[in-house]
Design a protein. Structure first.
Length: 95
């Protein structure tokens, strides 16, 4: 086996599922998973709990992004992805 000619990097991502989880602009149920900001994909249960019962607006989305980055434990070469995660979570909440 020879040395790899290129490096393999993971892409940052967040995935959420509402499944009818909004009622009148309020979150009734949220599920969120985060990728490439920890050694393994992780479920953002603290963000899910925060969003439950909250009205969707800019302030709530911003706070959810801030909570999500607290759970991040990136590998040394992926630290820059943490701030990208904040924006992705915010967009997902507002989406």
């Amino acid at each position: 086996m020879g040395e790899r000619a290129s490096l393999c990097g993971s892409s940052i991502g967040s995935g959420g599922r509402g499944n009818g989880g909004r009622e009148g602009g309020t979150v009734t149920r949220a599920r969120l998973a985060l990728g490439a900001v920890a050694p393994v994909p992780l479920r953002a249960r603290d963000v899910e709990a925060f969003l439950s019962g909250k009205r969707i607006d800019e302030e709530t989305a911003e706070a959810a992004g801030a909570i999500a980055v607290r759970a991040a434990a990136p590998l040394p070469n992926n630290r820059h992805k943490v701030q990208i995660l904040r924006t992705l979570v915010k967009r997902a909440v507002l989406g």
